[in-house]
Design a protein around this ligand. Sequence first.
Ligand code: F0G
Length: 456
Amino acid sequence: MRSFPPYRAQVVAEIPVTTRAERERALAAAGYNAFNLPARMVTIDLLTDSGTGAVSTAQEAAAAAADRSYAGSDSFFRFREALSELTHYPHILPVHQGRAAERVLFTSVLRAGQISVSNTHFDTTRANVELLGAEARDLPCAEFGDLDSLEPFKGNINLDRLEQLLTGPEADRVGMVLVTITNNGGGGQPVSMANLAAASRLARAHGVPIFLDAARFAENAWLVVQREEGYAGKTPRAVAEEAFGLVDGAVASLKKDGISPMGAFIGLTDPELAQRCETNLIATEGFRTYGGLGAHDLDRVAKGLHEVLDPHYLEARADEAARLAQAANDAGVDIVQPPGIHALYLNAGRLLPHLPASRFPGHSLACELYLEGGIRCVELGSLYLGTLDENNELVTPAPFELVRIALPRRVYSQGHYEYVAEVLGDIAKNPDRVPGYRIVDAPKILRHFNLRMAPV
Ligand code: F0G
């Protein structure tokens, strides 16, 4: 491995250094919920890769020269051109972030009682489907069920089950197919082009529109180039263009592979659907040439979309994730295999076998990473996905107890990740001493953001 990041730091931000006693107080005050921690108490913030990427000098120069005209600003035309070149969709709408793009599109596509079917809906995506009275149904491929297997495309949608749904008794209820690339809710695993093409053929054969949730389109394209037969030697841009071309449109948060602090888009082929979305956008988000975004972010996106498809950048980023995955394994912590790019998913259930699902081992590991090293990350296990009774006791556990450590783009260096691996290693030496947690208070909707917990 001889990759290196094709950029250097030119402006840096200090990060907080805290003592264990300070972190213990901060976490207790936060109700043992990392979302309640003030960022000034976090040393390495691996909570998300969304809106946290470092911007380039080219992005900041473009942002400074942005055109803030209400209608028809130059910044919008640059934003649209970057996305038209990439997607070839005739209709491009700017939106302030991914979940708003979802709301605008789904409101125009789905009706109450219909089904949205996906490899996996991201949590806000599911919420936006459910808020319309529709059902979000996940059909991940069978290979995802084995966390250790090295199957290259464990983010795929299950084609057999998709076909059964589209030909079975519920066929009339299917309102849309949504393929998430990469599959964030499914271990950050990529979707193959063959799978996407087959899903698209099925959807079209049954007259159902198919869209991409393309938040990590560039990272998916890179993994296709690396792993899928027939794609070696293609550019990530060519692969991404092909992916957008296989479907009827896309929504994407541009806070990930747009490398922008804020932004999203809706891209569509159908003029009538685009018109409905535009009306909704103007009424609820902003005029069609800014969609709720500041002009500076329209310009940051226009540049970021080019930077993110640089093969040297993607190679270095993928290698960084693979090295951290190896270091975690060497430290005795298993991750969902094979490692993706935007995040690693630690197998907390396996590391902490003394904790039953009802004591939330994923949450325990996430808290321990904070207490031990000031590292912030998030549970993806029974706390997030399980069902609770009215006393907040776990009734149905999640299939896996995972912790996601997300890797912000261009932010941390090898030294930071070596530190993360060391902290993991220290925890893995004495896993028995890691306590479980119980829920003190949990709201009914989007509970992981507002939970209060206590160690037991
Ligand atoms: N779709 C996917 C696959 C996502 O990962 C996200 C956000 C969204 C949609 C919503 O986009 O945040 O711009 O409104 N994911 C972030 C994360 C928050 O941490 O994974 P948004």
